[in-house]
Design a protein around this ligand. Sequence first.
Ligand SMILES: Nc1ncnc2c1ncn2[C@@H]1O[C@H](COP(=O)(O)OP(=O)(O)OP(=O)(O)O)[C@@H](O)[C@H]1O
Ligand SMILES: [Mg+2]
Length: 113
Amino acid sequence: MDEKLLRLRNVSKQFPGVLANDNINLDIRKGEIHAIIGENGAGKSTLMNILYGLHQPTTGEIYFNGNAVKLTSPLDAIGLGIGMVHQHFMLVPSFTVAENIVLGIELERVKCL
Ligand SMILES: Nc1ncnc2c1ncn2[C@@H]1O[C@H](COP(=O)(O)OP(=O)(O)OP(=O)(O)O)[C@@H](O)[C@H]1O
Ligand SMILES: [Mg+2]
């Protein structure tokens, strides 16, 4: 249970005029469940979008299973087993939580056919 699955090292994200993530360090081990809590605009979604390949960090490194990784698109993240459930406006409202989660996986399987 001490194996570090995901490591963020000094991850920052600078948008024009806004430092959304300031030097984030985070270790996640297998089997752990984490909650990231912060006020509106604290940078939670930005950090998750970085882990899902939607944003590139301005500085810092991400390690998966001990290897440095570049998550350049959601396909890179999905390939590592990283899934994402977006905030409400990014979801398909008529779908269940499970259906929203597997949407990306279905697209990947279709691509492989
Ligand atoms: N694409 C973007 N371009 C410029 N600034 C952005 C962009 N995305 C987020 N920001 C800014 O970065 C900061 C962090 O936003 P973020 O959405 O990550 O916060 P959050 O913690 O998820 O907030 P909330 O609780 O409202 O969802 C905010 O100041 C926001 O305006
Ligand atoms: Mg958010």
